[in-house]
Design a protein around this ligand. Structure first.
Ligand SMILES: NC(=O)c1ccc[n+]([C@@H]2O[C@H](COP(=O)([O-])OP(=O)(O)OC[C@H]3O[C@@H](n4cnc5c(N)ncnc54)[C@H](O)[C@@H]3O)[C@@H](O)[C@H]2O)c1
Length: 251
């Protein structure tokens, strides 16, 4: 049985990803710093176990990876999904807010991946990093979040370049908007309407739609894919000048 680590697995995209891995016969280490929520959801998933860890803390990450390896001997895939969002103007993004976003989104992704490399080398594993369309396109209020996600995209390429010779693949998913707790905390009704207008598929994505792409990139069906960024975003990133007013039927 293959083993996947999924960070940020207590809810949202991470929880859907853990469920899909389990349905496809993987053992899943569900990692989150929200220990109470994690302990509630993990027992409901076959072959899943909970490991409480704040991924921004190097010492906790080391213990987490050791715990996973005591449980299951190998690690075949790591999904760096845990993330935080904090939207604000540049002048109001003080250093603490900036560091809080970087600590989880960038430092955590770096730390967890690095700690898993020795185990991933054994059988040639996969890293799937979760960035965002905000890492592909700049917009207002996302100086910390968007910059952290752009860095995750480049970190993925660094990992692919360096770890390919060990049979380790590294790819990145850039989700469009999904109605999770993270998004709903920062998306006002106006933002939701504007996203619907700007997205060719005219809607938010679902956790399940993201999970399908993540599990694909983690598994053998993606065995010759590495160093890629896949936007799972209803077409948002590809549209360039996809102005709603230019549609045949703007309604
Ligand atoms: N929902 C969206 O619209 C959207 C869009 C683009 C990208 N993303 C990205 O997808 C990922 C998942 O987001 P989501 O919407 O499911 O969010 P969510 O807030 O529903 O879930 C995130 C989970 O990560 C955990 N987490 C946060 N910081 C952590 C840390 N330091 N250590 C361990 N666990 C931590 C939280 O406790 C939570 O359970 C994030 O990286 C997010 O940036 C989401």
């Amino acid at each position: 049985m293959k083993t996947a680590i999924v960070t940020g697995a207590a809810r949202g995209i991470g929880l859907a990803t853990a469920r899909l891995f389990a349905q496809q016969g993987w053992q899943v280490a569900m990692v989150d710093r929200d220990c109470a929520e994690l302990e509630k959801v993990a027992p409901g998933i076959d072959h899943a176990f909970a490991v409480c860890c704040d991924i921004s803390q190097a010492d906790q990450v080391e213990v987490m990876v050791r715990t996973v390896l005591e449980h299951c001997k190998t690690i075949d895939a790591v999904v760096n999904n845990a993330g935080v969002a904090d939207f604000g103007p540049i002048e109001q993004t003080d250093f603490d807010r900036w560091r809080t976003v970087m600590a989880t989104n960038l430092d955590g992704t770096f730390l967890v991946s690095q700690a898993c490399i020795p185990a991933l080398k054994h059988r040639g594993g996969a890293i799937v990093n979760i960035a965002s369309i905000s890492g592909l396109r700049a917009s207002t209020l996302r100086v910390a979040y968007g910059t952290s996600k752009a860095a995750v995209i480049h970190l993925t390429r660094q990992q692919a370049a360096e770890l390919g010779e060990y049979g380790i693949r590294a790819n990145c998913i850039a989700p469009g908007p999904v109605r999770t707790k993270l998004a709903m905390a920062v998306h006002s009704p106006q933002i939701i309407a504007a996203y619907h207008d700007a997205i060719p598929l005219n809607r938010y994505g679902t956790e399940q739609e993201l999970a399908e792409a993540i599990v694909f990139l983690a598994g053998d069906k993606a065995s010759y894919i590495t160093g890629q960024v896949l936007a799972v975003d209803g077409g948002f990133e590809s549209t360039g000048v996809g102005l709603p007013a230019l549609r045949a039927d703007p309604a």
